[in-house]
Design a protein around this ligand. Structure first.
Ligand code: GLY
Length: 369
């Protein structure tokens, strides 16, 4: 039996997150949305399409007037205005009007891009999220952030647009490619670090089951992550304040992602950025040295990097400063006061950022530590 978590927007019920272990109940959920007279365009990438595209199109076509599929090449380079344009053309050619619906089937790139198309096509049409990666289930499919990269900068162009429904089939996590799965885990760790020390401890206690992808443990992990995200986005849906805490590790992480030309996964960069943020927190005497090393080393059993070779600190600093987390010329940094408590800090200096980048810059010595 599927479980559900309602998400409020401006204190009113907005959409539900449905947690299931199959796609079976999706049909029922879509019927509830009364799509009989509506067309549905499934937007997905080439990888996900090959696994679930046909099954989902069949399922969706049974509850709506017509189902079509728009498929783009998998990868971050597709998260662009070019793909958005191709999607508009596809929708126009298929006669999509304001009452019709988009369904994002895939990971973060698919969800963010589809949401942006939904936010802008005909000044906004409905969309549904069916996230298929750990990262998308725990983070990007919830809270209405949509957008694409621009000129190599992450999520530079976008809009807030709430979905009508987020439907998660947790069993898809069992077959995710290893690197993709663990990359998503960086966002899970984030919730424990910023808001919930008990969840952080639970993650340590369940390390083995998580790595083995025990479905019931994964379900609890995703549900707890979503519950924390719910609390944050309901209080601050458009990131005027505390929602920025969800950006722990993303400030330097996004700079590394761009510097490495998207060769590293988003979550891997978030792990590196989180180590850097924890290091700055230690140097600012918010965290103790022991806490810093504990946080850093927690990524290792989950196959996430804590250092990477070939970073040019001056270049990473420059990229960090051109990310959209700047406000009136200062960087909004998310630091940790302790495990389970994050703060927004605007006082981080260039020297502190450079020292943190050096800390995560792999050297031969690290190999023998
Ligand atoms: N991924 C961060 C947020 O949704 O605010």
């Amino acid at each position: 039996m599927a479980q559900r978590l309602p998400i409020l927007y401006n204190k009113k019920p907005c959409y539900d997150i449905v947690f299931s272990q199959s796609f079976e109940e999706l049909k029922l959920e879509l019927q509830e949305l009364e799509l009989k007279e509506r067309k549905v365009c499934i937007i997905t990438d080439s990888t996900v399409d090959g696994i679930y595209g046909t099954e989902l199109e069949q399922l969706v076509s049974e509850v709506c007037k017509k189902a079509v599929r728009f498929v783009f090449p998998a990868g971050e380079s597709s998260k662009s205005l070019d793909t958005v344009k191709q999607a508009y053309v596809f929708l126009i050619e298929n006669g999509f009007d304001r009452k019709d619906v988009l369904l994002a089937l895939g990971g973060g790139v698919v969800g963010d891009l589809t949401g942006y198309v939904a936010a802008t096509y005909l000044r906004g049409i409905d969309f549904i999220q069916v996230p298929t990666t750990l990262l998308a289930q725990c983070d990007s499919s919830i809270g209405g952030k949509t957008g694409v990269d621009f000129d190599g900068y992450k999520n530079m162009v976008g809009a807030f647009k709430m979905p009508r429904l987020v439907y998660m089939n947790l069993s898809v996590l069992k077959t995710l490619e290893e690197r993709q799965f663990f990359s998503g885990f960086a966002e899970v760790m984030k919730y424990g670090l910023i808001k919930d020390a008990l969840f952080y401890e639970w993650l340590i206690e369940n390390m083995y089951e998580i790595c083995e992808r025990d479905l019931n443990v994964l379900e609890e992990m995703v549900m707890r992550s979503c519950s924390i995200k719910k609390l944050v986005v309901e209080k601050d849906p458009t990131e005027q304040g505390d929602r920025a805490l969800l950006n722990l590790g993303h400030t330097i992480g996004h700079a590394i992602e761009k510097y490495k030309k998207f060769e590293l996964h988003h979550g891997e960069c978030v792990a590196l950025g989180t180590v850097a943020a924890a290091y700055i927190s230690w140097k600012k005497e918010l965290l103790s040295m022991d806490e810093y090393y504990e946080i850093r080393d927690m990524f290792v059993p989950f196959y996430l990097p804590i250092s990477v070779d070939g970073l040019d600190p001056a270049e990473i600093l420059k990229l960090t400063k051109s990310d959209k987390k700047m406000e009136a010329g200062t960087i909004k940094f998310i630091l940790l006061k302790k495990i389970g408590k994050a703060i927004i800090d605007r006082s981080v200096t260039d020297e502190e950022i450079l020292a943190a980048i050096n800390e995560i810059n792999f050297s031969e010595e690290d190999a023998y530590e």
